[in-house]
Design a protein around this ligand. Structure first.
Ligand SMILES: [Zn+2]
Ligand SMILES: [Zn+2]
Length: 91
């Protein structure tokens, strides 16, 4: 069966029912969402990063190519994306 390694826990994930662009939650990693993507012709799993709005606590998706210092908006305000201790935050 086709499988890939979860970037969160390192466990093999069965991808036989998945196609490129599909998203799913890793059964081993609490709250970790994975997306099946193609990189240089190879299917791979990437972790969908989320960050919570400081005002409403809604979880916002961090765009794949976002970098610390990028601006994200919610609640009619803009926030700067930071990355510390392995997690994204907005301030
Ligand atoms: Zn995992
Ligand atoms: Zn908000």
């Amino acid at each position: 069966m086709p499988s890939l390694t979860c970037p969160g826990c390192g466990e093999e994930v069965d991808i036989s029912d998945l196609k490129e662009g599909d998203r799913f939650d890793c059964t081993n990693c609490a709250g970790l969402t994975l997306e099946l993507v193609r990189r240089e012709g190879e299917l791979t799993l990437r972790q969908v990063q989320r960050v919570s709005c400081p005002l409403c606590n809604q979880m916002l998706e961090v765009p794949e190519h976002a970098r610390p210092g990028d601006i994200m908006s919610c609640c009619g305000q803009t926030f700067r994306l930071t990355y510390e201790f392995g997690a994204y935050a907005l301030e």
